[in-house]
Ligand binder design. Structure first.
Ligand code: CP
Ligand code: NVA
Length: 309
């Protein structure tokens, strides 16, 4: 069994295997209904336990569908209803119980340490459904969506991120190193990616380009990514942060400097970082992006169970 916590800790070969598997599986489902099970029922009889300490719409639903399509079943437990933390049960005891009853644990949390501690105490795989430092399922799925739409390897494309240096961007940066694509980041001066992320990029022979001017960052991009300025785990002055990002909004004016067939992606939920006409316009592929999470997450689960074809 293998945990799926951060893209940076997974080999490019395995990440590529996940994407290839997702492509094959998606193609085979063209005539099937949402909850029809894949013919090979690869996770038949397995129970996946999902736990959310923060809100979620897409991750929760897409994993529910993914798990069902693989022939497995899932239960979502409410973090507040467990004995863990509030009732005084130790994380190690909870991990033992989860491992006894379940076959996999899927966790969204605002503590990176909690994921790490669970990973050490579980004897079943853990999948990171979003943490303060990373959103690996989202970004691997986004790589799939980019390649599906552009019909070429992401390494041949210019990818640009306009917005906050948050968990989604951290995972996108890790993906840029793993898949060797060109990544421009456009963000205000005081919001550059943290030093530990840049150090990791350097150590792994990667390179990202940071610009404190949105138009310079977006020039000749094939794909523009954005995300909310204020993330779920943001504790600071939200109004100030939104003001600081006022020149980093994805608008028609910004899209004009990108390549002619450029697309816009956003993991959702959205805020004011993108104009309505772009978000709902032709270049926006956000609904296809959200739906692809089902397909890629199925292959992520199969990776964790050592069942990738
Ligand atoms: N993109 C994403 O993870 O959405 P949710 O927060 O709704 O799960
Ligand atoms: N960066 C956002 C992503 C939400 C899916 C957050 O952490 O809130």
């Amino acid at each position: 069994m293998k945990h799926f916590i951060n893209l940076k800790d997974i080999s490019t070969t395995d990440l590529r295997k996940i994407l290839n598997d997702a492509k094959k599986r998606k193609n085979k489902r063209k005539k099937l209904n949402t909850l029809d099970v894949d013919n090979d029922r690869p996770l038949k009889g397995k129970l996946l336990i999902q736990m959310y300490e923060k809100q979620s719409s897409r991750t929760r639903l897409s994993f529910y569908i993914a798990i069902n399509q693989l022939g497995a079943d899932s239960i979502t437990v409410k973090a507040n209803d467990l004995h863990l933390g509030k009732g005084g049960e130790s994380l190690a005891d909870t991990a033992k119980i989860l491992s006894n009853y379940g076959d996999g644990f899927l966790l969204r949390t605002d503590s990176d340490k909690k994921i790490e501690d669970f990973s050490k105490n579980l004897t079943i795989p853990i999948i990171n459904l979003l943490s303060p430092s990373s959103h690996p399922c989202q970004v691997l799925s986004d790589v799939f969506t980019v390649e599906e739409i552009k019909k070429k390897p992401i390494s041949k494309l210019n990818i640009c991120w306009i917005g906050d240096c948050n968990n989604v961007l951290n995972s996108l940066i890790a993906a840029s190193v793993k898949f060797k694509f060109n990544l421009n980041v456009g963000c205000p001066k005081n919001y550059n990616p943290p030093r530990f992320v840049l150090d990791w990029v350097k150590k792994n022979n990667g390179k990202i380009n940071i610009f404190n001017d949105a138009k310079v960052a977006a020039k000749n991009a094939d794909v523009i990514f954005s995300d909310k300025v204020v993330s779920l785990n943001d504790k600071g002055n939200k109004e100030k942060k939104i003001r600081d990002f006022k020149n980093f909004k994805v608008t028609q004016n910004l899209m004009k400097v990108t390549r002619p067939k450029s697309i816009f992606l956003h993991c959702l939920p959205r805020g004011d970082e993108v104009s309505e006409d772009i978000f709902l316009g032709k270049q926006s592929k956000v609904w296809q992006q959200a739906l692809n999470r089902v397909h890629v997450q199925k292959s992520i689960l199969l990776y964790s169970f050592g069942k990738l074809r």
